[in-house]
Design a protein around this ligand. Structure first.
Ligand code: PLP
Length: 399
């Protein structure tokens, strides 16, 4: 019989417990609630007026074309579908689309783009610390931690006022060391819905340039706020002013292909040569992590963007999603002056002025599921649920 003579090495049984992602736990809790009237405003997907997250009609058609015409599923390489990234350039970069100091590649969603962008920055400057306005999307801090970069948090949002703490933000950026990373939400801030105005973007860009910071812009909801070009204002302004910019982009929301994992990373440096070297690192990191991104969703987006007729139909469906988001916002905002700020914000999320206890009480008494922070998805609501939701929230605020 074999006996173990050496000291027992640590095994899988020694792993510490993990605190679950709070939003994923919330989905499970809501799924388990048998009450038919339950309202799920926790999940971060677009829903139509009937409460469904349908596949876009134009996407169905593109997928059909893909099935009919694709002749091989041979490997594409770490860059994924190169034409997909090219077609995205005018959509995201606008007048910078032709700048050959900017290079991009397909990634597995916005998450993959963020991870890869931070990996690149950490490779270039492991001492860099990332300036994060709080609250932020809960997956930002773990991604930053996973690449080994430090973090400096600053307060971004004043909950009671529904307003950005802009002076604090600028002070934090102006206090930062050169080379530190300014993580910025391109549009439709998650979780607050509080976006920088154009003037505020100008000040942020000025601070980034003055302090020699590295901007990383996360843009996961382009087209969900004011429009495709309007939502890319900050990205393009940053590119106007800076030699080095990293942009993590997602098509998962604006093409409604969440589970297909469609995104891209764009990197700008001061020269074509430096960009080529940076991209060689990017491909290497991608190769280590996922080798190459999944093809299907990006291939379908590629078909849509390449065909003028499909592209026009996508814009119509995207506009309908945006219009619904903004219409529900206006309806909630009009219900009570304390909710008026929701009408001035953008994207799917806002934070209600509720304590954690009030949020839990709404969950228990009304079967309304939102994040403990009070973040809710405005289009988590079907049209038929809006009035009951407003009444319950106003009731909770009055308590
Ligand atoms: N960034 C923000 C702010 C997000 O809210 C999300 C998704 O919720 C992402 C990035 C990642 O998107 P994806 O699903 O494409 O990975």
């Amino acid at each position: 019989m074999l006996t173990q003579t050496h000291a027992k090495a640590k095994g899988l049984a020694d792993l510490p417990p993990v605190v679950n992602d709070s939003l994923l736990s919330l989905i499970a809790l809501c799924d388990a609630d048998p009450r038919p009237e339950k309202i799920d405003v926790g999940v971060g997907v677009f829903r139509d007026d009937a409460g469904n997250t349908p596949i876009l009609k134009v996407m169905k058609e593109a997928e059909q074309r893909l099935v009919d015409t694709q002749v091989t599923k041979a490997y594409l390489g770490s860059a994924g579908d190169k034409r997909f990234a090219e077609l995205l350039r005018p959509v995201l970069l606008g007048h910078h689309a032709g700048d050959d100091r900017i290079a991009g590649l397909q990634t597995p969603g916005g998450c993959g783009a963020l991870r890869l962008g931070f990996e690149l920055i950490a490779t270039a400057n492991p001492q860099a610390r990332v300036l994060v306005g709080t609250p932020t999307w809960p997956n930002h801090p773990p991604i930053i931690q996973a690449v080994g970069l430090g973090r400096i948090d600053y307060p971004y949002y004043e909950r009671g006022q529904g307003a950005i703490r802009f002076e604090d933000m600028i002070a934090a950026l102006r206090d930062a060391e050169p080379g530190n990373v300014a993580l910025l939400h391109g549009c439709c801030h998650n979780p607050t819905g509080a976006d920088l105005s154009e003037d505020q973007w100008r000040e942020v860009v000025e601070a980034v340039v003055d302090r020699g910071l590295m901007p990383l812009i996360d843009i996961a909801y382009q087209g969900f706020g004011r429009g495709l070009d309007e939502d890319a204002f900050g990205v393009r302004l940053m590119l106007d002013a800076c030699d080095e910019v990293v942009i993590a982009q997602s098509c998962d929301k604006n093409f409604s292909v969440y589970r297909d994992r469609v995104g891209s990373l764009f990197v700008k440096t001061g020269s074509v040569d430096a960009t080529r070297t940076a991209m060689a690192h990017v491909y290497q990191r991608a190769r280590e992590m996922w080798s190459m991104p999944p093809d299907h969703g990006a291939a379908a987006v590629h078909i849509i963007l390449e065909d003028p007729e499909l592209r026009a139909r996508w814009l119509v469906e995207l506009t309908a999603m945006r219009d619904r988001i903004n219409a529900v916002r206006q309806r909630i905002a009009a219900a009570d002056p304390r909710l008026a700020f929701i009408g001035r914000q953008f994207g799917m999320f806002s934070m209600l002025p509720l304590s954690k206890e009030q949020v839990l009480k709404l969950r228990q008494d009304e079967a309304i599921y939102m994040a403990d922070s009070g973040r809710f998805n405005v289009v988590g609501l079907s049209d038929g649920q809006i009035d009951r939701f407003i009444a319950a929230v106003v009731g909770a605020m009055d308590d």
